[in-house]
Design a protein around this ligand. Structure first.
Ligand code: FEO
Length: 166
């Protein structure tokens, strides 16, 4: 059975993952409002991946005999200035999440909870990918600057992202 401390921090992480999902859905709404269907697709897929992350922790807590306690989810920002801003905010957010995951891992070590350490290793690897994806798109947006043709090309590329893994 999972310890109370580990259970509490995992419940907080479920909240953080669901907030991430909400944040990216808000960015998808912004992209739709600006006729950027590819950006909207990318953000919608990202939002569903974040829900998948929350569910991974949810299922794990149950498997370990813990109790899931869902908490209130803060309202995400709703006004964005540009695609560049949403990807800057995405990268900043993912860096914050990486910090949370690393902290969770350290708690699992200090609690001597080996099973949680193994679960968290998946998330540590996932965060490397999350930051790399956001960085790549952000760098492309910086290169594009204010050229509409570049933005439309990238929008087309982002439309290709399919709903894949969690
Ligand atoms: Fe669940 Fe984007 O990290």
């Amino acid at each position: 059975m999972i310890g109370e401390k580990m259970q509490d921090v995992i419940n907080k992480q479920i909240q953080a993952e669901l907030y991430s999902s909400y944040l990216y859905l808000s960015m998808a709404a912004y992209a739709h409002a600006n006729n950027l269907k590819g950006f909207a697709n990318w953000m919608t897929v990202q939002a569903s991946e974040e829900r998948g992350h929350a569910m991974k922790f949810f299922d794990y807590l149950i498997e370990r005999g813990g109790t899931v306690k869902l908490m209130a989810i803060e309202q995400p920002p709703v006004n964005f200035k540009s695609p560049l801003e949403i990807f800057q905010k995405t990268l900043d957010h993912e860096r914050k999440v990486t910090g949370l995951i690393n902290k969770l891992y350290k708690t699992a070590v200090s609690e001597d909870d080996v099973a949680s350490q193994i679960l968290l290793q998946w998330f540590i690897t996932e965060q490397v990918e999350e930051e790399a994806n956001a960085t790549e798109i952000l760098e492309k947006l910086k290169m594009i600057g204010d050229k509409p043709s570049g933005l439309l090309y990238l929008d087309k590329e982002l439309k290709k992202r399919g709903a894949g893994k969690e």
